[in-house]
Ligand binder design. Structure first.
Ligand SMILES: [Zn+2]
Length: 570
């Protein structure tokens, strides 16, 4: 602690303090503790930069930062300039930009879903009764006489001894899958699938990925409002119209031919015609040892696909490590937002995205600046302003699939998305539950700064699986996802909850998400201090945090770290 005070004194004088970081960490390689006031002193000189970047990115002439539009180069040039000012070096082999090629697929001319069996033929209308899209960039999708198999929740979790596809070859077949996971209805967060807390196995994205790994022709999820947490109208509106994907060299031909949803009554009718019933099959699927059930019926449907390819860019900068430069800590925040959107009552049609996510880009720029002022960390720190978050986490997905710095050399990191102006708080929470060793670092940092670890709001919604950090987590890299709590030092939870409600109801994804000179920066400064501390814990440490035993991402990290020469395995 005392040694840290010397660092802070040097830092306040804006001196480059490389000697200081050697002092902190020399010998033990353990990062020193940092009290709330020390952490805030460490970021204080960088707060004006965060303000400047946030304000500039949310100005009207950036038009709401829609990716792959005429305004993109202006936005990315601006971010490059600020990254440079913060002391970063180009992070992609001497370049600042990483190209993110995307494909937009719009289905059209859908046939009905036709199901045939001994009991006759059933036909279901597109839109009202079923929806489907192609992940493959192909002009035409045709699923023909594909045998239907009920596969329960569609989960293969070897670490939990669970396999809903046990003993079946899905090639040429169509999987019929329940939404969420077996213990979603539980009141507690205990159980194989963590009770009411959503696990990745409960997300629809997982179910389609697993069906593809099984070689299925197609996958259809049975919609049900309670476990899905949204109505059919949401499925219908988000699954019709253009869908966006990262372009892959094989045009995603390793995906199923088609992925879609059916209304619950449709599934009930299909199962009834096959001599089963949905309620009892659902019950069977909730018990371990469940076996997939071939339904003795086939499905046929098809549609055309309009394909449009485009390119956007991630901006990547690096602050090289002083002792272990080939080990990396990630900081990311998406720069894109919605561009021109539905006008509000005043006719304003620019969704400026000041909170979402000019604040995040401002924060990572300020964190780069604060780290540079402090003299750089032992490990390299990589700062990425991501594109295409609003289209489905595509910028981060592309980076994770095409990492500039190997994932098994990446210690962990943090993604920052939408920091709310507001007062100082007494509590923070980490989403996803107790998933990894990062939870221990988080608790240590909170303790040092006199903050409380608050439970996650709505764990059943699976927030951990719905933001950019998840793209790296899914491929094994442990990632923080942290939210400032609502217990304000001034005004308590009443004030904190009112501010959060105001944002969600009046600003989120609307033209009113705008910069104001009246923003209260107390909470934002507190955020920055916590992120700074957590980042330094990883970047000045020498440990490799891993997922908890039994976590859904543990096996993939262990496999990556077991490769010859993997830094995380040494
Ligand atoms: Zn966002």
């Amino acid at each position: 602690m005392a040694r840290f005070s010397i660092c802070i004194a040097a830092l306040i004088g804006a001196v480059a303090v490389s000697a200081c970081s050697t002092m902190d960490n020399g010998g033990t390689r353990q990062p020193g503790a940092l009290s709330a006031s020390e952490a805030e002193a460490a970021v204080a000189p960088s707060v004006p930069l965060m303000k400047e970047v946030t304000k500039r990115l949310s100005a009207d002439d950036f038009e709401g930062r829609a990716p792959s539009t005429a305004v993109e180069p202006k936005v990315t040039d601006y971010i490059i300039g600020e990254f440079r000012k913060a002391g970063l070096q180009p992070g992609n082999q001497g370049k600042w930009l990483q190209e993110v090629p995307t494909v937009e697929i719009t289905g059209d001319d859908f046939t009905p879903l036709t199901v045939k069996g001994a009991g006759g033929t059933q036909s279901y209308a597109f839109g009202e009764q079923y929806v489907a899209t192609s992940y493959r960039a192909v002009p035409k999708t045709q699923v023909k006489d594909s045998p239907l198999v009920f596969v329960g929740y569609g989960i293969v979790a070897p670490e939990l001894g669970w396999n809903d596809y046990a003993g079946i070859d899905m090639h040429g077949k169509t999987a019929v899958i329940l939404v969420n996971d077996p213990d979603y209805a539980s009141e507690t967060q205990d159980g194989l699938f963590k009770g009411r807390r959503m696990t990745y196995y409960g997300r629809w994205t997982y179910k389609f990925e697993e069906a593809a790994r099984q070689g299925a022709d197609a996958a259809l999820i049975i919609h049900d409002t309670f476990p899905a947490a949204y109505g059919w109208n949401v499925v219908n509106s988000s699954w019709t119209g253009a869908q966006y994907y990262v372009q892959s060299p094989n045009d995603n031909t390793d995906a199923t031919k088609a992925n879609g949803w059916v209304q619950k009554p449709v599934a009930e009718a299909i199962l009834k015609a096959s001599g089963h019933d949905l309620a009892s099959l659902t019950k069977a699927a909730q018990a371990s040892g469940f076996k997939p059930v071939p339904l003795g019926m086939t499905a046929s449907f098809g549609f055309r696909n309009a394909i449009r390819r485009s390119t956007s860019h991630n901006v990547v900068g690096i602050l090289p490590g002083t002792a272990r430069p080939y080990e990396y800590v990630l900081y990311s925040a998406h720069w894109d937002h919605l561009g021109h959107c539905t006008p509000d009552a005043t006719g304003d049609d620019i969704c400026n995205g000041a909170v979402d996510n000019a604040t995040g880009v401002g924060a990572i720029t300020a964190l780069a600046d604060a780290n540079r002022r402090h003299g750089g960390a032992q490990r390299s720190q990589v700062f990425i302003a991501l594109t295409l978050e609003e289209s489905g986490l595509l910028g981060s997905e592309y980076y994770a699939q095409n990492p500039i710095y190997p994932l098994n050399a990446t210690v962990g990191g943090v993604n920052i998305d939408a920091l709310l102006p507001g007062g100082r708080v007494r509590d923070y929470s980490m989403t996803g539950g107790d998933k990894s060793d990062l939870n221990d670092l988080f608790r240590t940092a909170l303790r040092e700064q006199g903050l409380r670890d608050a439970p996650e709001d709505s764990p059943e919604k699976g927030h951990y699986y719905r933001s950019d950090h998840f793209s790296y987590a899914k491929l094994g890299v442990p990632m923080f996802d942290i939210g400032r709590g609502t217990d304000w030092v001034q005004g308590g939870t009443a004030a904190g909850e009112a501010a959060a409600k105001d944002y969600v109801e009046n600003r989120y994804h609307a033209p009113s998400d705008e910069w104001s000179d009246d923003w209260n920066w107390a909470g934002l400064t507190q955020d920055l201090a916590l992120y700074y501390r957590l980042g330094r814990m990883l970047a000045d440490g020498d440990s490799w945090p891993n997922w908890r035993a039994g976590d859904e991402f543990r096996a993939i990290r262990d496999a990556d770290c077991a490769r010859p020469g993997a830094p995380c395995g040494e």
